[in-house]
Design a protein around this ligand. Sequence first.
Ligand SMILES: Cc1cc2nc3c(=O)[nH]c(=O)nc-3n(C[C@H](O)[C@H](O)[C@H](O)COP(=O)(O)OP(=O)(O)OC[C@H]3O[C@@H](n4cnc5c(N)ncnc54)[C@H](O)[C@@H]3O)c2cc1C
Length: 418
Amino acid sequence: MIMTQTRRVLIVGGGAAGMMAAISAARCGCQVDLYEKNEKLGKKLFITGKGRCNVTNACEGVEAFLPHVVSNPRFLYSAFYGFDNQAMMAFLESEGLHLKVERGLRVFPVSDKSSDVIRTLEQAMRKAGVRVHLNAPVKSLIMEEDRVCGLTLASGEAVAGDAVILAAGGLSYPSTGSDGDGYRLAKSAGHSVTSLTPSLVPMVVEEDWCRDLQGLSLRNIGFVLKRGKKKIYEGFGEMMFTHFGITGPVVLTGSTRIAPHLKKGPVSCVIDLKPALSESELDARLLRDFDKYHQRQMRNALGDLLPSSLIPVVLLLAQIDPYLPVHELDRQSRLRLLSVLKGLTMTVTALRGYNEAVITQGGVNVREIRPDTMASRKKTGLYMAGEMLDVDAETGGFNLQIAWSTAWAAGIGAARGI
Ligand SMILES: Cc1cc2nc3c(=O)[nH]c(=O)nc-3n(C[C@H](O)[C@H](O)[C@H](O)COP(=O)(O)OP(=O)(O)OC[C@H]3O[C@@H](n4cnc5c(N)ncnc54)[C@H](O)[C@@H]3O)c2cc1C
């Protein structure tokens, strides 16, 4: 594409989306200025994937990707077709960052260092001629009638531009710089922001016995969230007890579906401790163990089946005296034990806050954004990308891919829209 050098694109935010939007607009021939409030770029990127950065997911095609997107998956079709996960991987490899694919098709840099991803993006921006302004918080947008024509920095400096791309992130981990400024700027241009809530976040649980289990990890459990009879989420995997409730991969994924239900009241969390066994298989297993340990007390008879810290809790919930000799356990008590093992139930009362949330659910209403170019339908010259949009996904590299795809579209959109 041939374009003149005078077109100027201004970018608010130097996170994943801001850097990628800068690269894509600059590669289209625009003069790009990126404004980041922090003293360095990609503070949140640095902590992604526990410092290893799960850059994307290597699933095949949009149809495999979109089921992992929780809010507004269809909005992503165009952006994803324009720049998908394969394109992102090819981009990083072409910039010299070698990648590897791990369990669940999660893609990481071979070096296991998120800093290498940031360095690669910085290098691509440098090559494309992007001018980066650090310690430069953007205070407001400059607007003339229905057009955005620049921005004002907190220092008071006004910067004129032909297009502005907002990529200021959401509300999660505000210490990294994403503290809701993007929503404020979008609102000032007439956009609406849907209800915001922390997501991919641990859950607060009512039962005191949860706190007694603090630090205990459970693998290969069945995990169901429900309100009354309505099943909200069903998963399988790993979880952990904490001083406030529960966390871990399956809990975080479940948290993406629970927020609207929690507004109406507590939600039940039902854990199947032995999902590989049917009730009758588990009953047979219990009978075998009780036969083996018939001379013991109940508290010493479940060690083959459960971690030791869980045994007193399970017995308590099944109303079985831990000192009861195994040979005195009656059938009814055994069936109560069975139902606790297949349905350990807790009451989720709330989600933890933004300081612990991987992402923000909710954001700028996507009906006000053109899905092919990320252009605002409210103001000419305004574009948006990344977490500040009302699009979010499960863990596994999907959220960063949303940032890459929407940012790529916004960069090209801003370059072409002028
Ligand atoms: C602990 C953690 C681990 C994660 N791990 C993964 C993972 O492994 N894989 C994955 O796919 N996703 C992961 N995520 C999610 C992922 O980090 C986000 O989806 C992604 O960073 C969103 O990119 P963004 O550019 O939209 O926002 P951000 O990365 O938050 O960037 C926004 C930037 O804008 C700047 N900014 C804000 N306001 C202004 C302003 N007024 N002026 C100037 N600059 C401003 C901020 O300082 C920030 O640098 C993780 C998130 C967390 C919190």
